[in-house]
Design a protein around this ligand. Structure first.
Ligand SMILES: *Cc1c(COP(=O)(O)O)cnc(C)c1O
Length: 392
Protein backbone atom coordinates (compact mmCIF):
# COMPACT_ATOMS: atom_id res chain seq x y z
CA UNK A 1 0.00 0.00 0.00
CA UNK A 2 1.21 3.48 -0.84
CA UNK A 3 1.21 6.34 1.61
CA UNK A 4 -1.92 8.00 0.27
CA UNK A 5 -3.78 4.73 0.65
CA UNK A 6 -2.29 4.10 4.12
CA UNK A 7 -3.27 7.61 5.18
CA UNK A 8 -6.94 6.89 4.64
CA UNK A 9 -7.05 3.19 5.64
CA UNK A 10 -4.49 2.41 8.36
CA UNK A 11 -5.56 2.18 11.99
CA UNK A 12 -9.28 2.61 11.57
CA UNK A 13 -12.04 0.07 11.23
CA UNK A 14 -10.71 -2.48 13.68
CA UNK A 15 -12.86 -5.21 15.16
CA UNK A 16 -15.01 -4.07 18.05
CA UNK A 17 -13.10 -4.23 21.38
CA UNK A 18 -12.97 -7.61 23.10
CA UNK A 19 -14.39 -6.12 26.24
CA UNK A 20 -17.15 -3.60 26.85
CA UNK A 21 -15.91 -0.11 27.79
CA UNK A 22 -17.49 1.19 31.01
CA UNK A 23 -18.44 4.50 29.42
CA UNK A 24 -19.53 5.25 25.88
CA UNK A 25 -16.71 6.43 23.64
CA UNK A 26 -16.98 9.49 21.39
CA UNK A 27 -17.84 8.03 17.99
CA UNK A 28 -16.81 10.60 15.42
CA UNK A 29 -17.27 8.44 12.31
CA UNK A 30 -19.49 10.15 9.75
CA UNK A 31 -20.50 6.80 8.24
CA UNK A 32 -20.35 3.04 8.92
CA UNK A 33 -19.06 0.08 6.98
CA UNK A 34 -21.58 -2.68 6.38
CA UNK A 35 -20.98 -6.36 5.81
CA UNK A 36 -21.80 -6.15 2.11
CA UNK A 37 -24.65 -4.47 0.29
CA UNK A 38 -27.13 -7.02 1.66
CA UNK A 39 -26.74 -5.61 5.19
CA UNK A 40 -26.83 -2.03 3.91
CA UNK A 41 -30.00 -2.87 2.02
CA UNK A 42 -31.63 -4.15 5.24
CA UNK A 43 -30.52 -1.08 7.22
CA UNK A 44 -31.71 1.41 4.62
CA UNK A 45 -34.92 -0.59 4.25
CA UNK A 46 -35.45 -0.29 8.05
CA UNK A 47 -35.63 -4.09 8.32
CA UNK A 48 -32.59 -4.05 10.55
CA UNK A 49 -31.38 -1.49 13.08
CA UNK A 50 -27.85 -0.40 12.34
CA UNK A 51 -25.59 2.57 11.95
CA UNK A 52 -25.17 4.01 8.49
CA UNK A 53 -24.58 7.75 8.65
CA UNK A 54 -24.15 10.24 11.46
CA UNK A 55 -27.17 12.32 10.49
CA UNK A 56 -29.31 9.20 11.02
CA UNK A 57 -27.91 7.79 14.25
CA UNK A 58 -24.65 7.89 16.21
CA UNK A 59 -23.69 5.48 19.05
CA UNK A 60 -22.59 8.28 21.41
CA UNK A 61 -25.88 10.09 20.83
CA UNK A 62 -27.88 6.87 21.18
CA UNK A 63 -26.36 6.35 24.65
CA UNK A 64 -27.31 9.90 25.70
CA UNK A 65 -30.77 9.51 24.15
CA UNK A 66 -31.39 6.32 26.12
CA UNK A 67 -30.32 8.06 29.34
CA UNK A 68 -32.66 10.99 28.61
CA UNK A 69 -35.58 8.75 27.58
CA UNK A 70 -35.23 7.05 30.96
CA UNK A 71 -35.12 10.40 32.80
CA UNK A 72 -38.31 11.59 31.10
CA UNK A 73 -40.12 8.24 30.98
CA UNK A 74 -40.62 8.69 27.25
CA UNK A 75 -40.73 6.34 24.29
CA UNK A 76 -37.64 7.74 22.59
CA UNK A 77 -35.46 10.83 22.28
CA UNK A 78 -33.47 12.92 19.85
CA UNK A 79 -30.42 14.91 20.95
CA UNK A 80 -30.08 18.14 18.99
CA UNK A 81 -27.49 20.87 18.55
CA UNK A 82 -29.36 23.37 20.76
CA UNK A 83 -32.52 23.80 22.79
CA UNK A 84 -33.87 26.00 20.01
CA UNK A 85 -33.33 23.35 17.31
CA UNK A 86 -35.09 20.87 19.62
CA UNK A 87 -38.10 23.20 19.80
CA UNK A 88 -38.14 23.66 16.04
CA UNK A 89 -37.97 19.95 15.19
CA UNK A 90 -40.60 19.17 17.84
CA UNK A 91 -43.00 21.75 16.40
CA UNK A 92 -42.33 20.67 12.80
CA UNK A 93 -42.95 17.02 13.69
CA UNK A 94 -46.25 17.45 15.53
CA UNK A 95 -47.63 19.97 13.02
CA UNK A 96 -46.87 17.81 9.98
CA UNK A 97 -50.37 16.29 9.92
CA UNK A 98 -52.19 18.85 12.04
CA UNK A 99 -53.62 22.37 11.56
CA UNK A 100 -50.78 24.88 11.14
CA UNK A 101 -51.71 26.79 14.26
CA UNK A 102 -49.95 27.04 17.62
CA UNK A 103 -51.20 28.32 20.94
CA UNK A 104 -48.17 29.35 22.93
CA UNK A 105 -47.96 30.26 26.60
CA UNK A 106 -47.59 34.00 27.07
CA UNK A 107 -44.83 33.42 29.65
CA UNK A 108 -42.27 31.74 27.42
CA UNK A 109 -38.55 31.90 26.65
CA UNK A 110 -37.72 34.93 24.48
CA UNK A 111 -36.05 33.01 21.63
CA UNK A 112 -39.10 30.72 21.46
CA UNK A 113 -41.23 33.77 20.65
CA UNK A 114 -38.74 34.71 17.92
CA UNK A 115 -38.73 31.14 16.56
CA UNK A 116 -42.51 31.21 16.24
CA UNK A 117 -42.85 34.79 14.99
CA UNK A 118 -39.78 35.23 12.79
CA UNK A 119 -39.00 31.70 11.57
CA UNK A 120 -42.24 29.71 11.52
CA UNK A 121 -45.04 32.29 11.11
CA UNK A 122 -43.67 33.36 7.67
CA UNK A 123 -44.32 29.75 6.55
CA UNK A 124 -48.05 30.24 7.17
CA UNK A 125 -48.07 29.16 10.81
CA UNK A 126 -50.69 30.91 12.94
CA UNK A 127 -49.42 31.81 16.41
CA UNK A 128 -51.44 33.01 19.36
CA UNK A 129 -50.13 33.81 22.84
CA UNK A 130 -52.35 32.99 25.78
CA UNK A 131 -52.01 33.05 29.56
CA UNK A 132 -52.07 29.27 29.92
CA UNK A 133 -52.54 29.54 33.69
CA UNK A 134 -55.98 31.00 32.89
CA UNK A 135 -58.05 27.97 31.88
CA UNK A 136 -61.00 30.05 30.66
CA UNK A 137 -58.67 32.01 28.34
CA UNK A 138 -57.08 28.77 27.12
CA UNK A 139 -60.48 27.15 26.48
CA UNK A 140 -61.61 30.18 24.48
CA UNK A 141 -58.42 30.21 22.42
CA UNK A 142 -58.62 26.46 21.70
CA UNK A 143 -62.26 26.83 20.60
CA UNK A 144 -61.39 29.70 18.25
CA UNK A 145 -58.14 28.36 16.82
CA UNK A 146 -58.44 24.55 16.78
CA UNK A 147 -54.65 24.50 17.19
CA UNK A 148 -52.30 21.80 15.96
CA UNK A 149 -50.11 22.28 18.99
CA UNK A 150 -49.99 23.95 22.39
CA UNK A 151 -46.55 24.96 23.64
CA UNK A 152 -45.92 25.68 27.31
CA UNK A 153 -43.11 25.67 29.88
CA UNK A 154 -43.56 23.55 33.01
CA UNK A 155 -42.03 26.36 35.11
CA UNK A 156 -41.91 29.76 33.45
CA UNK A 157 -39.23 32.44 33.31
CA UNK A 158 -38.69 34.64 35.32
CA UNK A 159 -41.81 34.71 37.55
CA UNK A 160 -41.87 30.91 37.92
CA UNK A 161 -45.52 30.21 37.13
CA UNK A 162 -46.25 26.46 37.14
CA UNK A 163 -48.36 24.90 34.38
CA UNK A 164 -51.26 22.56 35.12
CA UNK A 165 -49.96 20.01 32.62
CA UNK A 166 -52.71 17.43 33.31
CA UNK A 167 -55.50 19.93 32.72
CA UNK A 168 -53.89 21.40 29.59
CA UNK A 169 -53.12 17.92 28.19
CA UNK A 170 -56.76 16.85 28.65
CA UNK A 171 -57.89 19.91 26.67
CA UNK A 172 -55.32 19.25 23.92
CA UNK A 173 -56.29 15.60 23.58
CA UNK A 174 -59.96 16.53 23.15
CA UNK A 175 -59.12 18.47 19.94
CA UNK A 176 -56.16 16.30 18.78
CA UNK A 177 -53.65 19.09 19.45
CA UNK A 178 -50.16 18.03 20.54
CA UNK A 179 -48.96 19.33 23.90
CA UNK A 180 -45.27 20.29 23.89
CA UNK A 181 -43.69 21.12 27.24
CA UNK A 182 -40.37 22.93 27.54
CA UNK A 183 -39.16 21.27 30.75
CA UNK A 184 -35.80 23.07 30.97
CA UNK A 185 -36.46 24.99 34.22
CA UNK A 186 -38.22 22.17 36.05
CA UNK A 187 -36.06 19.24 34.83
CA UNK A 188 -37.24 15.61 35.06
CA UNK A 189 -36.29 15.48 38.75
CA UNK A 190 -39.21 17.83 39.48
CA UNK A 191 -41.72 16.84 36.80
CA UNK A 192 -41.95 14.44 33.87
CA UNK A 193 -44.46 16.01 31.46
CA UNK A 194 -45.20 12.76 29.56
CA UNK A 195 -46.48 11.23 32.81
CA UNK A 196 -49.04 14.06 32.89
CA UNK A 197 -50.35 13.64 29.36
CA UNK A 198 -47.93 15.77 27.31
CA UNK A 199 -46.82 14.40 23.92
CA UNK A 200 -43.27 15.72 24.11
CA UNK A 201 -40.86 17.08 26.69
CA UNK A 202 -38.25 19.46 25.32
CA UNK A 203 -35.02 20.65 26.89
CA UNK A 204 -32.10 22.92 26.51
CA UNK A 205 -29.43 20.36 27.47
CA UNK A 206 -27.19 23.40 27.91
CA UNK A 207 -28.76 24.02 31.33
CA UNK A 208 -29.28 21.65 34.30
CA UNK A 209 -29.05 18.32 32.49
CA UNK A 210 -25.47 18.84 31.30
CA UNK A 211 -24.99 21.27 34.16
CA UNK A 212 -21.46 22.60 33.80
CA UNK A 213 -21.88 25.48 31.35
CA UNK A 214 -19.52 23.93 28.81
CA UNK A 215 -21.82 22.62 26.10
CA UNK A 216 -24.78 23.69 23.94
CA UNK A 217 -27.39 21.04 23.28
CA UNK A 218 -31.07 20.26 23.02
CA UNK A 219 -33.40 17.34 23.50
CA UNK A 220 -36.80 16.14 22.35
CA UNK A 221 -38.32 13.25 24.29
CA UNK A 222 -41.42 11.91 22.56
CA UNK A 223 -44.28 9.54 23.11
CA UNK A 224 -44.71 6.49 20.87
CA UNK A 225 -46.97 8.34 18.44
CA UNK A 226 -44.39 11.01 17.56
CA UNK A 227 -40.95 9.53 18.09
CA UNK A 228 -40.48 8.07 14.62
CA UNK A 229 -41.60 11.32 12.97
CA UNK A 230 -39.01 13.25 14.98
CA UNK A 231 -36.28 10.77 13.95
CA UNK A 232 -37.40 10.93 10.31
CA UNK A 233 -37.34 14.75 10.30
CA UNK A 234 -33.88 14.60 11.82
CA UNK A 235 -32.66 12.08 9.24
CA UNK A 236 -33.76 14.56 6.57
CA UNK A 237 -32.54 17.90 7.89
CA UNK A 238 -30.17 16.81 10.64
CA UNK A 239 -29.98 19.33 13.50
CA UNK A 240 -28.22 16.60 15.50
CA UNK A 241 -25.89 17.02 18.44
CA UNK A 242 -22.23 16.39 17.68
CA UNK A 243 -20.66 13.33 19.38
CA UNK A 244 -18.21 15.37 21.50
CA UNK A 245 -21.08 17.46 22.87
CA UNK A 246 -23.10 14.30 23.36
CA UNK A 247 -20.31 12.84 25.47
CA UNK A 248 -20.13 16.02 27.60
CA UNK A 249 -23.90 16.03 28.13
CA UNK A 250 -23.94 12.40 29.18
CA UNK A 251 -20.99 12.85 31.52
CA UNK A 252 -22.67 15.85 33.11
CA UNK A 253 -26.03 14.11 33.32
CA UNK A 254 -24.62 11.27 35.42
CA UNK A 255 -24.55 13.66 38.40
CA UNK A 256 -27.72 15.52 37.38
CA UNK A 257 -30.03 14.12 40.10
CA UNK A 258 -27.41 14.76 42.80
CA UNK A 259 -26.73 18.28 41.59
CA UNK A 260 -30.40 19.10 41.21
CA UNK A 261 -31.20 18.03 44.78
CA UNK A 262 -28.49 20.37 46.00
CA UNK A 263 -29.67 23.19 43.66
CA UNK A 264 -33.18 22.83 45.11
CA UNK A 265 -32.06 22.75 48.77
CA UNK A 266 -29.87 25.81 48.24
CA UNK A 267 -32.57 27.70 46.34
CA UNK A 268 -35.16 27.05 49.04
CA UNK A 269 -32.79 28.26 51.78
CA UNK A 270 -31.83 31.28 49.67
CA UNK A 271 -35.48 32.21 49.01
CA UNK A 272 -36.29 31.91 52.74
CA UNK A 273 -33.35 34.18 53.58
CA UNK A 274 -34.36 36.74 50.92
CA UNK A 275 -37.92 36.89 52.30
CA UNK A 276 -36.54 38.03 55.66
CA UNK A 277 -34.30 40.72 54.14
CA UNK A 278 -35.64 44.28 54.58
CA UNK A 279 -34.34 45.44 51.16
CA UNK A 280 -36.30 42.73 49.33
CA UNK A 281 -39.87 43.60 48.38
CA UNK A 282 -40.93 40.29 46.84
CA UNK A 283 -39.57 36.79 46.32
CA UNK A 284 -40.77 34.43 43.59
CA UNK A 285 -40.16 30.78 44.46
CA UNK A 286 -42.30 27.69 44.05
CA UNK A 287 -42.37 26.75 47.77
CA UNK A 288 -44.41 29.87 48.61
CA UNK A 289 -47.84 28.91 50.07
CA UNK A 290 -49.13 32.17 48.54
CA UNK A 291 -47.75 31.30 45.06
CA UNK A 292 -50.52 31.92 42.46
CA UNK A 293 -50.21 28.25 41.38
CA UNK A 294 -49.85 26.78 44.89
CA UNK A 295 -52.61 24.20 44.31
CA UNK A 296 -50.95 22.95 41.09
CA UNK A 297 -47.55 22.88 42.80
CA UNK A 298 -48.93 20.68 45.59
CA UNK A 299 -50.16 18.19 43.00
CA UNK A 300 -47.22 18.35 40.59
CA UNK A 301 -44.04 18.86 42.63
CA UNK A 302 -42.58 16.96 45.56
CA UNK A 303 -41.80 18.71 48.86
CA UNK A 304 -38.30 20.17 48.78
CA UNK A 305 -37.96 19.85 45.00
CA UNK A 306 -39.05 23.30 43.85
CA UNK A 307 -36.25 24.07 41.42
CA UNK A 308 -33.07 26.14 41.34
CA UNK A 309 -34.56 29.39 40.07
CA UNK A 310 -35.37 32.24 42.46
CA UNK A 311 -36.48 35.69 41.30
CA UNK A 312 -36.73 38.64 43.65
CA UNK A 313 -37.65 42.30 43.55
CA UNK A 314 -35.45 44.87 45.23
CA UNK A 315 -37.59 47.42 47.11
CA UNK A 316 -37.99 50.65 45.13
CA UNK A 317 -35.21 49.71 42.70
CA UNK A 318 -34.75 50.85 39.12
CA UNK A 319 -32.00 50.05 36.67
CA UNK A 320 -29.34 52.04 38.55
CA UNK A 321 -29.91 50.22 41.86
CA UNK A 322 -29.94 46.79 40.18
CA UNK A 323 -26.74 47.63 38.28
CA UNK A 324 -25.10 48.67 41.57
CA UNK A 325 -26.24 45.52 43.35
CA UNK A 326 -24.86 43.28 40.61
CA UNK A 327 -21.56 45.19 40.70
CA UNK A 328 -21.22 44.43 44.43
CA UNK A 329 -21.80 40.67 44.04
CA UNK A 330 -18.53 38.74 44.12
CA UNK A 331 -19.50 35.05 43.92
CA UNK A 332 -22.65 35.07 41.76
CA UNK A 333 -21.73 35.06 38.08
CA UNK A 334 -23.41 37.61 35.84
CA UNK A 335 -23.98 35.70 32.59
CA UNK A 336 -26.96 34.99 30.37
CA UNK A 337 -27.53 31.33 31.09
CA UNK A 338 -28.75 29.17 33.95
CA UNK A 339 -28.45 25.71 35.40
CA UNK A 340 -24.67 25.67 35.81
CA UNK A 341 -22.97 24.43 38.99
CA UNK A 342 -22.21 28.00 40.02
CA UNK A 343 -24.75 30.61 41.09
CA UNK A 344 -25.67 32.89 38.19
CA UNK A 345 -27.87 35.91 37.81
CA UNK A 346 -29.75 37.62 35.05
CA UNK A 347 -31.54 40.97 34.89
CA UNK A 348 -34.61 40.14 32.76
CA UNK A 349 -35.47 43.82 32.21
CA UNK A 350 -32.40 44.39 30.02
CA UNK A 351 -31.79 40.79 28.88
CA UNK A 352 -34.42 38.05 28.32
CA UNK A 353 -37.40 40.43 28.41
CA UNK A 354 -35.78 43.47 26.82
CA UNK A 355 -37.89 43.28 23.65
CA UNK A 356 -41.13 42.19 25.29
CA UNK A 357 -43.64 45.09 24.91
CA UNK A 358 -44.33 46.96 28.16
CA UNK A 359 -48.02 45.94 28.54
CA UNK A 360 -47.05 42.26 28.19
CA UNK A 361 -44.25 42.69 30.75
CA UNK A 362 -46.78 44.17 33.20
CA UNK A 363 -49.21 41.29 32.61
CA UNK A 364 -46.41 38.79 33.22
CA UNK A 365 -45.25 40.64 36.34
CA UNK A 366 -41.74 41.35 35.04
CA UNK A 367 -40.53 44.56 36.68
CA UNK A 368 -37.52 46.84 36.51
CA UNK A 369 -36.65 45.86 40.09
CA UNK A 370 -36.51 42.10 39.42
CA UNK A 371 -33.38 39.95 39.40
CA UNK A 372 -33.37 36.25 38.47
CA UNK A 373 -30.96 33.93 40.25
CA UNK A 374 -30.01 30.42 39.16
CA UNK A 375 -28.85 29.10 42.53
CA UNK A 376 -25.74 26.94 42.25
CA UNK A 377 -24.40 24.03 44.25
CA UNK A 378 -21.86 26.02 46.31
CA UNK A 379 -22.13 26.01 50.11
CA UNK A 380 -25.33 27.92 50.88
CA UNK A 381 -23.55 29.98 53.56
CA UNK A 382 -21.26 31.44 50.91
CA UNK A 383 -24.12 32.23 48.54
CA UNK A 384 -26.06 34.00 51.30
CA UNK A 385 -22.94 35.83 52.51
CA UNK A 386 -22.36 37.17 48.99
CA UNK A 387 -25.91 38.54 48.69
CA UNK A 388 -25.82 39.79 52.30
CA UNK A 389 -22.76 41.96 51.63
CA UNK A 390 -24.18 43.15 48.28
CA UNK A 391 -27.65 44.02 49.62
CA UNK A 392 -26.11 45.74 52.65
C1 LIG B 1 -31.93 28.16 27.22
C2 LIG B 1 -33.36 27.84 26.97
C3 LIG B 1 -33.81 27.48 25.69
C4 LIG B 1 -32.90 27.48 24.47
O1 LIG B 1 -31.89 26.55 24.59
P1 LIG B 1 -30.45 26.71 23.83
O2 LIG B 1 -29.72 25.50 24.27
O3 LIG B 1 -29.88 28.00 24.31
O4 LIG B 1 -30.75 26.74 22.37
C5 LIG B 1 -35.15 27.15 25.54
N1 LIG B 1 -36.00 27.18 26.57
C6 LIG B 1 -35.61 27.53 27.82
C7 LIG B 1 -36.59 27.54 28.93
C8 LIG B 1 -34.27 27.88 28.07
O5 LIG B 1 -33.90 28.24 29.29
Amino acid sequence: MKIHTQAVHSGDRKQAPLQIPVTTPVYTAASYVTDGLEEQDRIFGAEERGYAYQRYMNPTNVALEEQMTAFENGFGALATASGMSALQIALTSVLLNRPKSVICARDIYGATIKLLNDVMAPFALRVRYVDTNDMAALDAAIAEETPGAVLIESISNPVLRVADIDAIAARCRRVNAALLVDNTFATPLLVRPLDHGAHMSIHSLTKFLSGHGDVLGGLVVSDEEHHETVRRMSRIYGPVLGPFESYLCMRGAKTFPLRMERHCANAQAFAAWLRRHPAVAKVHYCDDPAHPDAAIIRRLLSPGLYGAMVSFELAGAGKAEIFALVRRLKLAVNASSLGDVHTMLLYPWIASHREVPQPMKSEMGVTESMLRVSVGIEDIDDIIADFAQALG
